[in-house]
Design a binder for this molecule. Structure first.
Ligand code: S3P
Length: 441
């Protein structure tokens, strides 16, 4: 990949309206469920980023007719649950853990061999969290030594449903098992220890697939489905990704004189932890034009400058903001006082170790950021001049979070290895430039 370096100038003022691209989680699932459905699924608002495109190419490689995305419009001619065909080559999931883990569930139920490969970052990420329960369902799926990709999936006689309690709050593992459950005999039931994003559940229902969701207590939810049903094609309007909107929310909150509206943002309650956390820190955030689109709540999110203060982040909000911590650490660095995050050890196995890498990056600009095994302690304060470029460690959200950190820097910040923003947010640079954060490539 070509090395793209960001040089980001400090700024005081961000103004205007932006619409960030479609939700990554919903975009992946729209292709997967559209491909497995009977009939034609029409998608609008599809995220044309490398991660979701990896999923799209994989299903094309398995014989599904899918149109080339055109301004977020994609047509998927579903082949039904039994209609996929063997790909001729390895399927490359690039940087995407979501693509690899969810696809593993679908491929475990096929009667052909397949192999899923990834990039340098994905090749370090743990896959036993999906392969162990898939094996318990009777799947034949192997990782490399160390439990990492590539994944080799061979046909098994017949998957059987399981009752499985997730050892960590992970929507990817939950979704993998529910997707495998479509191909299994009997009931597949997954208990999650804390609520995680529920797009798979909502979208399965949208495709007409029966499933039951039972709240067991204040934290735990059980999701169950019977294998062997059918999915009916539908229309999907993908809302803007709150995880991409988060960079604009923090940017507006930490600058001196800002007023930004981020339009049509998906506000599924399993994703809105970033808004709750920023509000606890004192951010001025209001919702306008609240509506519901395709079973998902959406609204325009208006953010104005505010004086943030440090907080102890409530642990129950961690899974609901899991992808937003790189930029929330930047918010904490600009806040008055101390912010403490605990219960977030999952951040260590994302596209990079987001605890260590963000602590290093913030320390490099003079912020007192102390990593802990499951979180971070940040003392908000003034940044100092940067000595060496910050490296993104193959992680799109590090590139974008540190670009936002430049707002409060004493001079332009230089961030190395930023081509990866294309995985989730290909228009990040022009949209930030449009509202007043100057990023030079
Ligand atoms: C995702 C789930 C989350 C998140 C990822 C997308 C999904 O991962 O970090 O970016 O679409 O299901 P975990 O569920 O493993 O925490």
């Amino acid at each position: 990949m070509q090395n793209v370096q960001f040089t980001v100038s400090p700024t005081r003022r961000l103004h205007g309206r932006v619409r960030v691209p479609g939700d990554k989680s919903i975009s992946h699932r729209s292709i997967m469920l559209g491909a497995l459905a009977e009939g034609t699924t029409e998608i609008s608002g599809f995220l044309e980023g490398e991660d979701a495109l990896a999923t799209l190419r994989a299903f094309q490689a398995m014989g599904v007719e899918i149109s080339e995305p055109d301004q977020g419009r994609v047509t998927v001619k579903g082949v039904g649950l039994r209609g996929l065909t063997q790909p001729k080559e390895d399927m490359d999931m690039g940087n995407s853990g979501t693509a690899m883990r969810l696809m593993a569930g679908i491929l475990a139920g096929q009667d052909f061999e397949s192999r899923l490969v990834g990039d340098a970052s994905l090749n370090k990420r743990p896959m036993k969290r999906v392969t162990d329960p898939l094996k318990a369902m009777g799947a034949r799926v192997e990782t490399d030594e160390g439990g990492t990709p590539p994944l080799r999936i061979s046909p098994s006689k017949q998957l059987s449903g399981i009752d499985y309690t997730l050892p960590m709050a992970s929507a990817q593992v939950k979704s993998c098992l529910l997707l495998a459950g479509l191909f299994a005999e009997g009931r597949t039931s997954v208990i999650e220890p804390a609520p995680t994003r529920d797009h798979t559940e909502r979208m399965l229902k949208g495709f007409g697939y029966p499933l039951t969701v039972t709240r067991l207590d204040a934290f735990r939810t059980q999701v169950s489905l019977e294998g062997g049903g059918r999915l009916n094609a539908c229309a999907i309007d993908v809302p803007s990704d709150i995880s991409s909107a988060a960079f604009f929310m923090v940017a507006a909150a930490i600058s001196d004189d800002s007023d930004l509206v981020i339009e049509h943002v998906g506000l599924n309650p399993t994703r809105t932890g970033v808004i709750d956390i920023l509000k606890l820190m004192g951010a001025d955030i209001t919702l306008e034009n609240e509506a519901e689109v395709g079973g998902e709540p959406v609204a325009d999110v208006r953010v104005r400058s505010s004086n943030l203060k440090g907080i102890q982040v409530p642990e129950h909000l961690v899974p609901l903001a899991i992808d937003e911590f790189p930029v929330l650490f930047v918010a904490a660095s600009a806040a008055e006082g101390q912010t403490v995050l605990t219960g977030a050890e999952e951040l260590r196995v994302k596209e990079c170790d987001r605890i260590q890498v963000m602590a290093d990056a913030l320390q490099a600009v003079g912020i007192d950021a102390r990593p802990t095994p499951d979180g971070m302690v940040i003392q908000g304060g003034q940044q100092s001049a940067q000595s060496a470029p910050i490296h993104s460690h193959h992680d799109h959200r590090i590139s974008m979070a540190m670009a936002v950190a430049a707002i409060r820097a004493p001079q332009a910040l230089v961030i190395d290895d930023c081509a990866n923003v294309n995985t989730s947010f290909p228009t990040f640079v022009p949209l930030m430039n449009q509202v007043g954060l100057k990023i030079d490539l």
